[in-house]
Design a protein around this ligand. Structure first.
Ligand SMILES: Cc1ncc(COP(=O)(O)O)c(C=O)c1O
Length: 375
């Protein structure tokens, strides 16, 4: 029986295999025989400021709560989120990171056809396939700067049950204007429009660009948010979604209990008040993104794409050089990035770098110059 299910799953293709993300620090260090601490990780897009100092105390005090079950409905955190976004508690569902919610939405609504604007985060496709549906790609091309023809997308999505949009998009960093997303939601009332805003908090004027408030007008809109990137807590896991209360009720019914642990809930409440940390983060990201973009544009063989979040997609313009080859040279110099060849619609010439602090960014640039000299 077990073998039967294993063979059924493997028939569904390599996309069902987890992995292929950034942040595989331990694996890489082992492969190269390096101590993980010696590598600067440009592959994973978390806040370079590290988690806020004040959070350490909150977590320390929260340890006592671990001997009780966490609130399965994350009520205190949801109340705080509701006040923060001017929503009602019934419009919010908290998850074990945004990833849990991507899978939950698919499992709950079981779309036969999902449309995914590519290149993007691979988990939308995996979640749709695991929920028994089919995933279709809507490719945007590097040549057009990943611009989206809205009318064509609306036409293409008209017979799908679910459309995934990542905004700003991972790995391109491209931001779809809020008005365009709302136009899509309006034009496709029968389609669930899932907008993943996992990286929205890094965008200047994030509140203006977010479509969270759109859920009041569009009952087919689901907005996903992550707290793991902005607050550098990917190991703690925390995300939430906002949507029409009827959708939230349905999702809550399907969701497993206790997936959000007590410390994550406590952290969430505390982190919503960290305005100064958020302001410092946005200032740093904006300044360093600009710095890296300009410096990388100075390399004849590299082309960074304009971006709005805390990472840059870069294309290698030399046909004899791949991202894997470049990464190999970088690892020997103590840093590495995310090879993007496994993103749908990209190839081995693309890579993504996280925006880090100035000293790390300078080290990356120095390593690239050194490699340029020997190649
Ligand atoms: C676009 C996007 N959404 C969601 C996630 C997962 O977020 P979380 O850590 O909250 O599960 C990622 C992780 O890289 C991502 O890139």
């Amino acid at each position: 029986m077990l073998l039967y299910w294993a063979s059924q799953l493997s028939k569904r293709g390599a996309f069902l295999m987890p992995g292929g993300h950034g942040g595989q620090l331990e694996d890489l260090a082992e492969q190269y025989g390096i101590i993980p601490k010696q590598l600067i990780d440009f592959s994973v897009n978390v806040n370079p400021l590290g988690l806020p100092d004040s959070l350490r105390e909150v977590l320390q005090e929260g340890i006592a709560s671990l001997s009780r079950y966490p609130d399965p409905e994350s009520r205190r955190f949801r109340r705080k989120l509701a006040r923060h976004f001017n929503l009602s508690v019934g419009q919010i569902l908290v998850g074990n990171g945004c990833s849990e919610l991507i899978y939950l939405v698919n499992r709950c609504f079981q779309p036969e056809h999902a449309l995914i604007v590519q290149p993007t985060f691979s988990e939308y496709q995996r979640a749709a396939l695991l929920a028994g549906g089919q995933a279709e790609h809507y490719p945007l091309s590097p040549e057009s700067g990943f611009q989206c023809d809205l009318a064509r997308l609306i036409q293409k999505a008209s017979d799908t049950q679910i459309l995934f949009l990542c905004n700003p998009n991972n790995p391109t960093g491209h931001l779809l204007p809020r008005t365009e997303i709302l136009r899509i939601a309006k034009a496709l009332p029968q389609t669930l429009i899932v907008v993943d805003e996992a990286f929205m908090d890094f965008v200047v004027d994030a509140d203006f660009h977010s479509v969270v408030a759109g859920i009041f007008s569009y009952p087919n809109l689901i907005v996903l948010r992550s707290m793991t990137k902005l607050f550098a807590i990917p190991g703690l896991r925390l995300g939430y979604l906002v949507a029409h209360p009827a959708l939230v009720e349905h999702l809550t019914w399907v969701k497993e209990p206790w997936t959000v642990n007590s410390l994550a809930q406590l952290a969430g409440e505390h982190l919503l008040d960290q305005d100064d940390y958020i302001r410092r983060t946005r200032d740093l990201i904006c300044r360093e993104r600009q710095f890296l973009f300009e410096e990388l544009s100075g390399f004849e063989w590299l082309m960074p794409y304009p971006a709005t979040a805390n990472f840059l997609l870069v294309q290698i313009k030399r046909p004899d050089l791949t991202a894997v080859m470049l990464n190999d040279k970088l690892v020997h110099r103590g840093l590495y990035f995310r090879d993007c060849s496994n993103f749908v619609g990209l190839n081995e010439s693309f890579f993504r770098i996280a925006i880090r602090k100035r000293s790390d960014n300078r080290q990356l640039l120095a390593a690239l110059r050194e490699i340029e000299g020997i190649w």
